[in-house]
Ligand binder design. Structure first.
Ligand code: ZN
Length: 69
């Protein structure tokens, strides 16, 4: 469950400690949002899998880092 405090990391409940969950929330916010495409420069890139990104602007699929392009 997503919470106000820790966002998508709320699914971990009260486990793992506040600090680590806040860190996870920050990372997941980054990975779930739109990213800038290195080819067409549009913010149309979504992560399809770990390290694999797809651009809806120019339809290119490319590899990147696990959590960001
Ligand atoms: Zn593109």
């Amino acid at each position: 469950m997503a919470t106000k405090k820790v966002g998508s990391a709320g699914r971990f409940g009260a486990r793992y400690g506040q600090k680590i969950r806040k860190k996870i929330a920050a990372i997941e916010k980054k990975q779930k949002g739109w990213h800038k495409c290195p080819y067409c420069a549009k913010f149309k890139v979504k992560r399809v899998a770990t390290g694999i990104w797809e651009c809806r602007g120019c339809n290119s699929k490319f590899t990147g880092k696990a959590y960001e392009v």
